[in-house]
Design a protein around this ligand. Structure first.
Ligand code: 13P
Length: 254
């Protein structure tokens, strides 16, 4: 059984006061706490506060970063290492988000190096993939997404233990647009990703990898998306800033 992974990505949003308001205002049932992983990926500068403020109040919320650098230390001005994330209390780290691929030149090769560094350092990688609208409309969704999965993740088959990593399918055209993929569209791609993972890593590892959907996930569409067999969680942008909305998403009804 894959434990559902319900993650918020605050992107470049939030503040010290927002962390406190969010943690104070977030509330889910004990059953949800027991059966699902709940994660917030906050900006670097808020991560220590998240861990410290959350620990005594909502210890079941885990925290993650939204990017990392693959070198362990040194003259890389402006970058953050895996060890630094660990020290700030990070459980996981998003890598290869489409916004990083689009605006900051992230490639499958750099995402793969980051995944390897996270695995070596004991921080769970959440590897993002997804096609643009133009790629979808020209019938290239499968080629694009499978290329990303192979280049970012499967490239490490045989050299890294990939059991337990998380992959997030986020169609770029559904991010921040209010335009969600239908549950059938999302399931089609997530199931294709599952097939690739099973083929490359074997079914024991492949079937244990959680595949998330991201792109305008909200309290109104989460139940249907989570009902799909190959969608094991969500990566939620806008709606994860509001504690009540994110609590409802994490408490999706089966
Ligand atoms: P939205 O939920 O705001 O569409 O963002 C999705 C996303 O990019 C999460 O990583």
């Amino acid at each position: 059984m894959r434990k559902p992974f319900m993650a918020g990505n605050w992107k470049m949003n939030g503040s010290i006061s927002h962390v406190k308001e969010f943690i104070d205002g977030f509330s889910v049932s004990e059953e949800v706490v027991k059966t699902r992983e709940i994660v917030i990926c906050a900006p670097f500068t808020l991560l220590s506060l998240c861990s410290e403020y959350g620990a005594g109040r909502k210890p079941y919320i885990r925290f993650g970063a939204q990017n990392v650098y693959f070198e362990p230390k040194g003259a890389f001005t402006g970058e953050i290492s895996v060890a630094m994330l660990k020290e700030a209390g990070c459980y996981c780290c998003i890598i290869g988000h489409s916004e990083r691929r689009q605006y900051f030149g992230e490639t499958d090769a750099t995402v793969n190096k980051k995944m390897n560094a996270l695995l070596d350092g004991g921080v769970l990688p959440v590897v993002c993939v997804g096609e643009t609208l133009e790629e979808r409309e020209s019938g290239r969704t499968e080629a694009v997404v499978s290329g990303q999965v192979k280049g970012s993740v499967i490239a490490s088959a045989g050299t890294k233990d990939l059991a337990g990593i998380v992959v997030a399918y986020e169609p770029v055209w559904a991010i921040g647009t209010g335009k969600t993929a239908t549950s059938a569209q999302a399931e089609e791609v997530c199931s294709m990703i599952r097939g690739l993972l099973n083929e490359a890593l074997g079914e024991t590892v492949g079937n244990g990898i959680r595949i998330l959907y991201g792109g305008s996930m909200n309290p109104a569409n989460v139940d249907e998306l989570m009902a799909q067999p190959n969608i094991d969680g969500g990566l939620v942008g806008g709606a994860s800033m509001k504690p009540a909305d994110f609590a409802r998403i994490a408490s999706y009804v089966e």
